[in-house]
Design a protein around this ligand. Structure first.
Ligand code: PEP
Length: 256
């Protein structure tokens, strides 16, 4: 974390978990602690159907609500899809874009991710753009090349004013939901590389203000070490965001 230049953001990604009733229970457990976090911003990225109840429960707090996906078009005949304007209207501030599970299971490409980043910004949402390599890609030594391409493509056509609204999440696929965390050094190396890519496009000052999170089995035990790295400005947390005790421990580690 480097709070001098950028915000630390801890975001929970609930994935396809929690009915509205379960969401209410979890938020009621989390709220007394996460609503008091001063030194980091807390975001809950919840399933679409949970957005209304979570927005309502967190309405008087600084905790933000996010979605996990949006459609790239403003409106139209896209059965089952949800637009940025709908998410904004429902009270979301953030939206995850290009999560590896969507790249892997729904076939989202870098080009589509780039369209979704623009759609999110146009709707007044802050996209959390996920990038990261698979294990074979890491073993082939192409992590940085791949991440460079993902970051550059996501930023196509994005001006410096809009850059401020974008959050990146470095999420090595081999660490997501596997219990295998990247070491703090591995996480920091790629987060720093992402900042270098951004610096080469926009210059040093805009690049140092961008929040770059790490995601991949971050938990109560390893969060403090990961967040101690200067270029790791927070976390995108899947599994550990579903249990109040674990998520609170991560928020506390970021809020020191
Ligand atoms: C994620 O879903 O973005 C994630 C990092 O999951 P987990 O923390 O469970 O690895």
């Amino acid at each position: 974390m480097n709070r001098r230049y950028r915000r630390t953001i801890i975001a929970g990604n609930w994935k396809m978990n929690k009915t509205p009733a379960e969401a209410r229970k979890l938020v009621e457990e989390l709220k007394p602690v996460i609503a008091k976090a001063k030194w980091c911003e807390v975001v809950l990225c919840v399933p679409f159907v949970d957005i209304p109840i979570v927005v309502r429960l967190l309405k008087d707090t600084r905790v933000a609500v996010g979605a996990q996906n949006l459609h790239q078009d403003e409106s139209g005949a896209f059965t089952g899809e949800v637009s940025g304007a709908m998410l904004k209207g429902a009270g979301c501030k953030y939206v995850i874009v290009g999560h590896s599970e969507r790249r892997q299971y729904v076939g989202e490409t870098d080009a589509l991710v780039s369209e979704k980043v623009r759609a999110a910004l146009d709707a007044g949402l802050r996209p959390i753009v996920c990038v990261g390599e698979s294990l074979p890609q890491r073993e082939m030594g192409i992590t940085k090349d791949l991440v460079t391409l993902q970051v550059k493509t996501a930023l196509t056509g994005i001006g410096v004013d809009q850059l401020k609204k974008i959050v990146f999440a470095y999420e090595p696929i081999w660490a997501i939901g596997t219990g295998k965390t990247a070491t703090a050094e591995q996480a920091a190396e790629v987060c720093e590389h992402i900042r270098t890519v951004i610096r080469k496009i926009y210059g040093a000052r805009p690049a140092r203000s961008v929040t770059i999170q790490y995601g991949g089995s971050m938990n109560a035990e390893n969060s403090e070490e990961l967040l101690s790295m200067l270029d790791v400005d927070g976390g995108l947390i899947g599994g550990a965001s579903l249990k109040a005790k674990d998520f609170i421990a991560i928020v506390n580690a970021a809020n020191q």
